[in-house]
Design a protein around this ligand. Structure first.
Ligand code: UD1
Ligand code: CA
Length: 447
């Protein structure tokens, strides 16, 4: 059956104490809204509708950055969760299938849970995702009766007996889209909060003889994020899961609790990740690579058998071919490093192509930026770049060419040539000894 996602994200998120809309705060390098979209992606949705309010423009940009087909609808005034879902009605006009409501601030719903909800939909008109809360606090309570979910009562409206129920509402609900909107039409705001509660659709549906049920998941899966402390807990939860997934995938993490993954990090089998490595978004590390301690990688590709670090920084567009070595205090950005090349110490390589087996000496810098434009450096295969070479781009160094250490290379070096671009050395015989004696004599006279 076709599925449409409706993701609620209009709320202000007052407790975040932020200028940024709550759903745009990052977990593992992606806004929590994108995590919710990714989670919903398990249902292979035909349509995705995001209900935005506070900071809607920024929310729209983030959503469409991830999925250009996502439709953003506005909820100008936040009158409650039913009112929020109602804003998706026009965007889903003519849609024949199921709608599933997710929250933009509840990022970790698993594909298994969504599959269980889809299965329950075969026998029930409304499926609500619930969990057994260790501290039910202010969640809505799921009230069961005769094998059915009978109604949901919000904490504010609940009696003492109802508050004693620990089966709570996650907020995730699935129903046929037309049925959902028809039920929402009947919701009023006659309650303690004066809001249009989406949760009221269950009682209304039961009164019409429709069937409703609960699918249960782990509490951790449905934990919402309302504060910076909860954001940090969600980050920790994500990292714990990412670390154990990496280990299950055959990756060695020497000190797992010190390695931080992004939402999309991919690491191949038999790779070794040393302590204190941080992955930003967009990193792929192939099998058998080694990332040594204190390295930071983002938007890059590390091929089989490459060794990176310790203390290396790979920035977006860094492409390391097989067996490449990138050593300590090296930064690489937007550069292809071909097979077996070595960039071992204290170097900046930006906007460059480095040929196979080429050796880049310590302290080499591609001077890629003239203050306005970026320029490219191209170095061939089997070249040898002497230590402390400044490559003033645009510039090229041919195959098997060399540069003398300390050179400032401003014009192209043909293949096989040796370029030296620095002042010639002059030795003054005995001058050092005479100079130091003179200075000592001066000091002695002054006392
Ligand atoms: C809601 C549920 C409650 C459930 C809890 C789980 C209702 C009435 N209550 O309560 O049963 O236990 O979630 O966390 O549904 N939003 C909008 N527009 C609005 C109102 C809310 O987009 O007008 C969005 C918020 O941004 C948020 C989500 O909907 O992402 C939930 O809203 P929130 O106000 O946090 O609902 P709760 O009171 O927590
Ligand atoms: Ca909430």
């Amino acid at each position: 059956m076709a599925t449409a996602l409706i993701i609620l994200g209009a709320g202000m998120g007052t407790r975040m104490n932020s200028d940024r809309p709550k759903v745009l705060h990052d977990i593992a390098g992606a806004p929590m809204l994108v995590h919710a979209m990714k989670a919903g992606g398990a249902l292979d949705p035909a349509r995705t509708v995001i209900v935005a309010g506070h900071g809607a423009d920024a929310v729209a940009r983030a959503a469409q950055d991830y999925d250009p087909d996502a439709v953003i609808v506005l909820q100008d005034e936040q009158l409650g969760t039913a009112h929020a879902v109602a804003q998706a009605r026009d965007a889903l006009a003519g849609f024949d299938g199921d709608a599933i409501v997710l929250y933009g601030d509840t990022p970790f719903i698993t594909p298994e849970t969504l599959a269980a909800m889809a299965a329950a939909r075969l026998t029930h008109d409304i499926v609500v995702l619930g969990f057994d809360a260790t501290d039910p606090a202010r969640y809505g309570r799921l009230i069961l009766k005769d094998d059915q979910l009978d109604r949901i009562v919000e904490f504010k409206d609940a009696t003492a007996d109802e508050r004693a129920v620990t089966l709570c509402n996650s907020g995730v609900v699935a129903a046929n889209a037309a049925t959902l909107f028809a039920l929402i039409d009947k919701v009023n705001n006659d309650n303690a909060a004066g809001e249009y509660y989406l949760t009221d659709i269950v009682g209304i549906a039961r009164a019409q003889g429709l069937r409703a049920t609960v699918v249960q998941c782990d509490e951790a899966e449905t934990r919402g994020i309302n504060s910076r402390a909860e954001l940090a807990m969600a980050e920790a939860q994500f990292q714990a899961r990412a670390r154990s997934t990496a280990q299950d995938d055959g990756v060695t993490l020497t000190a797992p609790e010190t390695v931080f993954f992004a939402h999309d990090t991919v690491i191949g089998r038999d790779s070794i990740i040393a302590p204190n490595v941080v992955f930003g978004p967009g990193v792929t590390v192939e099998s058998g690579a080694t990332i040594l301690a204190f390295s930071h990688l983002e938007g890059c590709h590390v091929s089989r058998g490459a060794v990176v670090g310790p203390f290396a920084r790979l920035r977006p567009g860094a492409e390391l071919a097989e067996g490449v070595k990138v050593g300590n205090f090296v930064e690489i950005k937007n550069a292809q490093i071909a097979e077996g090349a070595k960039v071992n110490h204290l170097t900046y390589i930006g906007d460059a192509d480095i040929g196979a087996r080429t050796n880049i000496g310590a302290g080499t810098i591609t001077c890629n930026y003239d203050g306005v434009f970026k320029h490219k450096t191209v170095i061939g295969a089997d070249a040898f770049i002497g230590s402390n070479t400044m490559l003033v781009a645009p510039v090229s160094v041919g195959d098997s060419a060399m540069t003398g250490s300390g050179s400032v290379i401003t014009s192209d070096v043909p293949a096989g040539d040796l370029a030296i671009g620095r002042a010639r050395q002059v030795n003054k015989p005995g001058l050092a000894r005479r100079l130091i004696q003179k200075l000592r004599d001066l000091k002695a006279r002054k006392g």
